[in-house]
Ligand binder design. Sequence first.
Ligand code: CA
Length: 181
Amino acid sequence: MPACTVPRCITLVGLADGVADPVGAFMVVTRSSGNNPVSNVNVEISFMDCAGVRIGAQQAAGITVDVAHRSVRTTTDATGAARFTLSGAATGTPGSGVQSAKIYADGMYLGSATVGTLDLDGSGGVGLADFALLAADFYSETYVGRSDFDCSGTVGMVDLSIWAASFYSHRSAQSPSAYAW
Ligand SMILES: [Ca+2]
């Protein structure tokens, strides 16, 4: 679809009291060629090519988790927006690279996004064990998408500050209780 808006970065977050950290909110907006919003479009985020990334089995109301296709989906509202805040984590090993998540609207490819994970080891929410992994990514010679929260193409000081803000907010204090994959 022309004139659609897709994120370049997706950040998987932890939870607090069972609610996914709102810092991870993003949306895909679908518009017609006449630039009008299109409602009831099925928007799917595919993580099939995102090695080292896992998604919480239980997401917010309205978001369907498709285990077989390693994707999540929801439909656009009256403003053409499909809204997501996804709980998830890295597997603890570096994986997923640049623009690895693929975004589709009613099966049509719209674009792709880099996937960051604030909870890098997938347990205990966002904590100091994750910071150790983040620091390793920061010093790594190899690009690591999971720690590139601003999807700049490198892991730098901005990413460290984004992670620290999450840590101190305590809104990602829990990891998902179960993972879809
Ligand atoms: Ca953790």
